[in-house]
Design a protein around this ligand. Structure first.
Ligand code: IMP
Ligand code: MG
Length: 179
């Protein structure tokens, strides 16, 4: 799998260091709150598992499916959400955890949808942020790394459902997704 990468953008040490920093920041901000961290499947699973262990506070965890992508590298523009969280997040301080904010359509939709469900507060943490690609005005409170407009895989991120288990974040060789 590593041979399919053009280059490694963030290695395991860089990822661990940044996730620990985010965890410290979240720990400070959510002291005394009623925290629920929500993993947006499937891309955030790896980041989520590492991040929750760096937040030194009591919390609940929940999972939901939300995506605006088809199977390839182009956004479909339609957001699909699968969740049964309504009761579980009422009155809680919700922190949505996403792998990457690209167009912003997914999180804009989820954030607006959840805001209408009686939560105490709602914020977003993303490992990666591609501001150049944004088409909505969604607010993101915690960002691991701001990256250029390149398609990345690994550490939970996929190309056509593959590469999620790569321990690094890297850029695929163009011949992989043009073939
Ligand atoms: P958005 O709604 O356009 O912000 O899409 C966000 C979703 O698109 C993410 O949760 C990813 O699943 C997917 N995505 C966006 N950019 C990339 C990328 O560079 N690599 C892998 N998946 C990506
Ligand atoms: Mg994806």
């Amino acid at each position: 799998m590593m041979n399919d990468l053009k280059y490694v953008m963030y290695d395991e040490n860089q990822l661990a260091k940044r996730v620990a920093e985010l965890g410290e920041e979240i720990t400070r901000d959510y002291e005394g709150k009623d925290l629920v961290m929500v993993c947006i499947l499937k891309g955030s699973t790896v980041f989520f598992a590492d991040l929750i262990r760096q937040v030194k506070l009591p919390m609940n965890i929940e999972f939901m499916t939300a995506s605006s992508y088809g199977s390839a590298t182009v956004s479909s523009g339609t957001v699909t959400v699968k969740s049964d969280l309504d009761e579980k997040i009422r009155g809680k301080d919700v922190l949505l955890v996403e792998d990457i904010v690209d167009s912003g359509r997914t999180l804009k939709f989820v954030r607006d949808d959840m805001s209408s469900k009686g939560v105490a507060s709602i914020r977003i943490a993303t490992l990666l942020n591609k501001p150049e690609r944004r088409v909505t005005d969604v607010k993101v409170e915690y960002t691991g790394f701001v990256i250029p407009d390149e398609f990345v895989v690994g550490y939970g991120l996929d190309y056509d459902q593959a590469y999620r288990n790569l321990p690094v974040v890297g850029v695929l060789k163009p011949e992989i997704y043009t073939k």
